[in-house]
Design a protein around this ligand. Structure first.
Ligand code: HEM
Length: 439
């Protein structure tokens, strides 16, 4: 998801109760600048479950990233505070997104509340059935992942971020939508421009319009001649009176690239980084693939790709004892909740054997719980099993230069240089690629 929905980290003054806790964050408008915010989150949690933070008015006026965010924001850092906000959509609304990312996305499910959200979600959910997921895994995700691995398997070394984790989820989303292959490149470019609206708002708006123009004829065509792709499902779902309108479909499709690709690329990179940095856990997983689901959850808990989301208080209220005035923006720190020591023992440790007693918050909680979480899990599972099947002796490149996760609004490693035994034979997974399967 784009930066526009992340907590305002630029130009922030000190949070109450701690000595300038956001100093390190001030420079963090992008990746590479914040290495480990978790000690700061821990200090915040220790001081209070919720903090009031005053915004720097000048920075706010200059940054489109901070559009629609109140002058004083509240940051929920404890597990209980985060869960309370996300569970109670009546007190903590998602409508604030309309003034930030909604400007470029359109009126999407993300900014809906209450009955409108329930109705919309019920319709869209029909595109994400178990049956669809199985077909996507077989016909799309496996071939796409294998096609990327084909490109470096014989080389014996690769950068798993740039050569696999970054490109494959966008290809999956584009193919799921049923975009003709010649449009995949422009879809990817426009999706990046939309996400970049925090840097260049006009460009983001222009990209939004172009995406709408790209989708319009496809929606019309699929209304006439539906296929099994996502656009066909969205164009025809529901009874006469409840059909989704064109603009609603466009908004959802615009949302999917940042929501589905940006997050999945980063979460699978984070998990790979955790495993490659703990070779004994990597070996255990290789030996016993039944551990893969819990490894995926631990990767998500330990380093969520999207550490924070936003809500807005609909009325004067109280959160974990802290009064919050109506209209205040509330930054919901999922990353901090995931490391709350009251819920997770030794929370900074990456440990795939951790008990799953408490769910992590990386897919959010409550009514807006990530709609694509089963798809994201499946994609990550396919990446892991493909790498294990094809690349023997996979490990971090010892020549690699201090590889680590960075970022504030999004978090992931920028590179993941690895070495492995060069693949000799044609892999079974690589067979039958090209044509429809590889799209
Ligand atoms: C590991 C990968 C992913 C993570 C960590 C993630 C995280 C999230 C989070 C935190 C939210 C809640 C946002 C909010 O309420 O402010 C969300 C919502 C959503 N996600 Fe994901 N997501 C991931 C993958 C995907 C994928 C693959 C798709 C679809 C292709 C997807 C589609 C959506 C949609 C449509 C929503 C809005 C749901 C609603 O508003 O009811 N996500 N996701």
């Amino acid at each position: 998801m784009p930066e526009t929905q992340s907590p305002p980290v630029m130009g922030m003054a000190a949070a109450e109760g701690i000595e300038d806790p956001f100093e390190a964050f001030n420079a963090a408008s992008g990746q590479g600048s914040v290495r480990d915010p978790y000690p700061i989150f821990a200090a915040m949690r220790e001081a209070a479950p919720v903090h009031r933070v005053a915004m720097d008015g000048e920075a706010q006026a200059e940054s489109s990233m901070l559009r629609g965010i109140s002058r004083e924001i509240y940051v929920a850092v404890s597990y209980d505070a985060v869960k309370e906000v996300l569970t109670d959509a009546e007190r903590f609304s998602s409508a604030g997104y309309a003034e930030s990312m909604g400007l470029v996305m359109g009126h999407s499910i993300l900014e809906m509340d209450g009955a409108e959200h329930t109705r919309h979600r019920r319709l869209i959910n029909r595109a994400f059935t178990r049956h669809a997921l199985e077909a996507w895994e077989r016909d799309l995700v496996r071939p796409v992942v294998n096609r990327y691995v084909d490109r470096f398997a014989k080389r014996g070394r690769a950068d798993l971020v740039r050569e696999l984790a970054l490109p494959f989820p966008v290809q999956v989303i584009a193919a799921m939508m049923g975009l003709p292959e010649e449009l995949h490149g422009s879809f990817h470019r426009l999706a990046i421009e939309i996400i970049g609206m925090s840097i260049d708002f006009e460009r983001g708006m222009a990209a939004s319009k172009k995406l709408g123009e790209m989708f319009r004829p496809l929606v019309e065509e699929r209304r006439e001649r539906p296929g099994s792709d996502l656009i066909s499902v969205l164009a025809n779902v529901g009874t006469e009176g409840e059909r989704l309108g064109d603009e609603q479909i466009f908004a959802f499709l615009r949302l999917l690239a940042p929501a589905g690709a940006e997050t999945t690329y980063r979460s699978s990179s984070n998990l790979l980084f955790g495993l490659l940095s703990s070779p004994e856990q990597l070996d255990a997983l290789r030996r016993d693939s039944s551990l893969i689901p819990q490894a995926i959850e631990e990767g998500l808990r330990w380093e969520p790709p999207l550490p924070s989301i936003m809500r807005r208080a609909t009325r004067d209220t109280e959160l974990q004892g802290v009064p919050i005035p109506a209209g205040s923006s509330v930054a919901v720190n999922l990353g901090s909740a995931n490391r709350d020591e009251n819920y997770f023992e030794d929370p900074d440790r990456f440990d795939i054997f951790r008990s799953a007693e408490h769910p992590h918050m990386s897919f959010a909680f409550g009514p807006h719980l990530c709609l694509g979480m089963h798809l994201a899990r499946m994609e990550t599972r396919v990446v892991l099993t493909t790498l294990f099947e094809r690349l023997r002796g996979l490990r971090l490149d010892p020549q690699g230069d201090d590889v680590h996760i960075t970022g504030m609004t999004f978090r992931s490693p920028m590179v993941l240089p690895v070495v492995f035994e060069p693949e000799r034979e044609v892999s079974p997974g690589a067979a039958g690629l090209g044509g429809d399967a590889a799209r």
